[in-house]
Write a protein that binds this ligand. Structure first.
Ligand code: NAD
Length: 308
């Protein structure tokens, strides 16, 4: 029987599936108790984390007998993958299992921000009837969605957007122009600068790497079409949020939805407070009841297989 340590929330039934075969230490708050985490890690044969547990440095050193790291989600920027592999550990992400949840977030925020009519409940309830102010919203069909990064989430988003009659264009350096997936999804390939300059809605679906860190700096935001919408569900450190807020306040960008931040949880930030046409969410685009179930069972199955 192996020892499995789970440091962040996981579907309880998936935890029970692992517990039926192994000794499980499951504490969704363990990530916030580094000393206890290190102690438990020293005895772990498998470690299961989400995005908050930093698997590097002291924690990595402590994982002396660990064989496998299960990542409840996608994006491995919280894990020193090279260091793990050097210690003989396999790192397993839940690729694809939360793609639909993120894609639906992108479509929802796209429609909300283009139309601009859904954030007036308080005014309507208070009898203000802001009909003329809200009557200028834009429809979604016929508008261009630019997807930067065309992996699992980018492709799922493209399929949903095509169903709404959007035109989908993408940039991904690992995608050859003419790649079969473009035909299958109906997306067109554009160079990055052209995509930025022409999209009505730009959505980012890239990992955080040295190439994507700072990708959306002030100049790139300024190069976006007037009235365009920027959506970032990928990672913090990719969009300059101060430049974004300045652009929204100046009326250049038409809206933005931001799910991920340089430091999480985000501390109270005056630049973002009261910023017009800005939707903020606490890193939940990939987390729904349905995706949590899919992600948790996928990782439970793969970790069990790896411990066999
Ligand atoms: P994926 O690996 O399937 O796709 C990522 C794509 O990005 C790949 O096709 C890759 O070629 C492309 N890419 C890499 N560098 C690029 C660059 N410089 N410019 C443009 N494209 C580039 O991953 P995915 O499942 O689509 O997820 C994408 C990212 O979304 C993850 O790495 C993670 O950081 C983030 N994510 C966030 C949430 C959330 O809840 N907010 C949930 C899931 C994933």
């Amino acid at each position: 029987m192996a020892r499995v340590v789970i440091t962040e929330f996981m579907d309880e039934r998936a935890v029970a599936q692992i517990r039926a075969r192994h000794d499980v230490q499951y504490d969704p708050q363990l990530v916030d108790d580094p000393a206890r985490l290190i102690t438990l890690a020293a005895e772990a044969d498998a470690l299961i984390v989400r995005n908050r547990t930093q698997v590097r440095g002291d924690l990595l050193q402590a994982l002396k007998r660990c064989r496998v790291i299960g990542r409840l989600g996608v994006g491995l920027d919280n894990i020193d993958v090279t260091g793990c592999e050097a210690q003989g550990m396999q790192v397993i992400p839940a690729t694809g299992a939360n793609a639909l949840s993120v894609a639906e977030y992108v479509i929802t925020t796209t429609m909300m921000l283009l139309r601009g009519a859904y954030m007036a409940s308080a005014d309507v309830a208070n009898g203000l009837w802001p009909r003329s102010a809200l009557g200028n919203g834009r429809e979604t069909a016929g508008r261009t969605l630019g997807l930067i990064g065309f992996g699992s989430i980018g492709q799922t988003t493209a399929r949903l957007a095509m169903g709404l009659g959007m035109m989908v264009k993408t940039y991904d350096p690992l995608l050859a122009p003419g790649a079969p997936i473009l035909n299958q999804t109906g997306a067109d390939y554009l160079p990055l600068d052209e995509l930025i300059a022409t999209a009505d809605v730009l959505s980012l679906h890239v990992p955080l790497t040295e190439a994507t860190r700072g990708l959306f700096h002030a100049d790139r935001i300024a190069a976006m079409k007037p009235g365009a919408i920027l959506i970032n569900t990928s990672r913090g450190h990719i969009v300059d949020l101060s430049a974004l807020a300045r652009s929204l306040r100046a009326g250049h960008l038409g809206g933005a939805a931001i799910d991920v931040f340089d430091a999480e949880p985000l501390k109270s930030d005056p630049i973002l407070q009261g910023c017009p046409n800005l939707l903020l969410t606490p890193h939940i685009s990939g987390v729904s009841a349905d995706s949590n179930e899919r992600v948790s069972f996928l990782i439970a199955d793969k970790v069990l297989e790896s411990l066999r």
